[in-house]
Design a protein around this ligand. Structure first.
Ligand SMILES: Nc1ncnc2c1ncn2[C@@H]1O[C@H](COP(=O)(O)OP(=O)(O)OP(=O)(O)O)[C@@H](O)[C@H]1O
Ligand SMILES: [Mg+2]
Length: 456
């Protein structure tokens, strides 16, 4: 529609310009003709001042001009009309018209519209003035014809250009209509599996189609990941809940031996802690990373040392070899960093045989703090390596070696480390795995370790 309006506007501008140029040209040549006529009438008169006697002597010639259809009027220097071929009309000039200046007028004289030229004659030899007129009927008719032609031609041109333009624009808009149709269908049905038919061409419409499909694909993937996460989280919570309910049922037995009662309570306490940890992890992973992580200077050397020591106390049979450079400050969230180190150490011990060795090293490398946790346990198969950071992923062999666990530990590690601008990498050998965490160093002074909150 806009396209048609634009074409109409251009055509109207063209018609107005042509009409203006044509009428200016036609009237200019009409005026030139009138001036030539006036000069020829004056030239046909004998020499001398314009007065009654000169006109009388030229009357036959003037009457011949009149008979030929010329409309003119000759005045003497006082403005007195000496001869007029405008029969029945004495004063053809408009009231107040100056006699001393050449001028052109449009006048209605004896029922016809005239173009009238008033021209003063050289005052020294002749004096006086002359008016020559010509009916504008023909000129006006010619101009009306031009205007009519322009109007019809313009309308025709408009039709000729706008119809194909309308169809071409309609066809060009088809893919965009298709995009909005599919978008509306997706919105109505919430079915994100729908796609637009991809176009082979990489023009703007092809780009739009590809971008739209990518967008819908991303939304579909995100939604699928969310529902998978929800399903897995619920599944993981169901296991400790079942254990709690079973133990509660057992505890109802008044004849339950004291030893079994204590064992039941210990199991329930363990499962309740596992549930608390699981809920905490799920909540953390669903939070916006930028907002959920604090940024403050943390004494990473002390933090790693403390965690290794705590782990050694919890697993006295394990052999932890610790090499930690002192005073390495990193910029991060102390509580979450504790969780990172703890998860890595727990994995190293859980997936190693009882009494296995674990090497913990922390040093400064390339301006970053580099923590490496190396074990000599079951290792990770090449097939499983890309999946171990996925939420709720647990290796087959790992689930056999260590039955408990939700598969969230490494997801938390990755979430925190990358959220703090660091990197995590893993290297697996047939006889163990090595996890390496690199974190940006802090330029500010440190936070004391005793200020740290215990990890839930
Ligand atoms: N040091 C390791 N040696 C061998 N396999 C490992 C090691 N660390 C992690 N993995 C593999 O990666 C998987 C995911 O580890 P992650 O810490 O995320 O979960 P998890 O230890 O199974 O359970 P959770 O940590 O939630 O208690 C493990 O199940 C295991 O297959
Ligand atoms: Mg783990």
């Amino acid at each position: 529609m806009l396209c048609v309006a634009l074409v109409a506007l251009v055509l109207a501008g063209f018609a107005i310009t042509v009409n203006f140029l044509a009428s200016t040209r036609i009237y200019a040549s009409l005026d030139d003709g009138l001036e030539a006529q006036a000069n020829s009438i004056i030239a046909s008169l004998p020499a001398g001042r314009l007065d009654e006697s000169l006109i009388e002597s030229s009357r036959p010639a003037l009457e011949a001009e009149e008979a030929a259809g010329l409309l003119f009027q000759i005045r003497d220097s006082s403005g007195q009309v000496l001869y007029s071929s405008f029969r029945g009309s004495q004063d053809v000039l408009p009231p107040g018209g100056s006699l001393d200046q050449q001028a052109v007028y449009e006048r209605k004289v004896a029922q016809q519209q005239l173009r009238l030229l008033h021209m003063p004659i050289d005052s020294a030899s002749r004096g006086g003035s002359i008016e020559v007129g010509r009916p504008t009927k023909e000129t006006d008719e010619a101009l009306t014809e031009i205007r009519g032609t322009l109007l019809i031609g313009g309308l025709f041109a408009l039709l000729l250009t706008s119809l194909p333009a309308y169809f071409i624009a309609g066809r060009a808009l088809d893919p965009i209509r298709e995009v909005s149709r599919v978008a509306r269908r997706v919105e109505r049905t919430s079915d994100f599996s729908q796609r637009l038919v991809e176009r082979p061409t990489r023009d703007e419409i092809g780009e739009l189609t590809a971008t739209f499909n990518d967008l819908i694909g991303r939304i579909e993937q995100t939604l699928a990941a969310h529902s998978r996460f929800l399903a897995e989280a619920s599944h993981e919570l169901r296991r400790p809940l079942t254990i709690l309910r079973t133990n509660l049922y057992i505890l109802r037995d008044p004849d339950l031996p004291e030893g079994d009662r204590v064992a039941c309570l210990e199991r329930m306490t363990r499962e309740a802690s596992a549930m608390t940890r699981l809920v905490g992890d799920v909540l953390l992973l669903n939070r916006d990373r930028a907002q959920s992580l604090e940024r403050a200077p943390v004494d990473f050397s002390r933090l790693c040392g403390e965690e290794a020591w705590r782990m050694q106390l919890a697993e006295p049979t394990a052999s932890l070899q610790v090499q930690i450079a002192t005073n390495l400050m990193v910029e991060g969230d102390a509580q979450r960093l504790q969780q990172v180190v703890r998860n890595l150490l727990e994995n190293a011990l859980n997936y190693s045989p009882q009494g296995g060795a674990v090497e913990v090293s922390l040093k400064k490398q390339n301006g970053r703090a580099r923590l490496s946790v190396r074990d000599f346990g079951i290792g990770i198969s090449t097939k499983e390596l890309p999946k171990i950071f996925d939420r709720f992923y647990r290796g087959v062999e790992a689930s056999r070696v260590h039955r408990e666990g939700a598969g969230l530990g490494l997801s938390i590690v990755k979430y925190v480390v990358e959220g703090l601008g660091g990197d995590i990498s893993v290297e697996s050998r047939p006889n163990g795995a090595t996890f390496v965490v690199e974190l940006p160093m802090s330029q500010r002074s440190g936070k004391r370790l005793r200020d740290l909150l215990p990890v839930p």
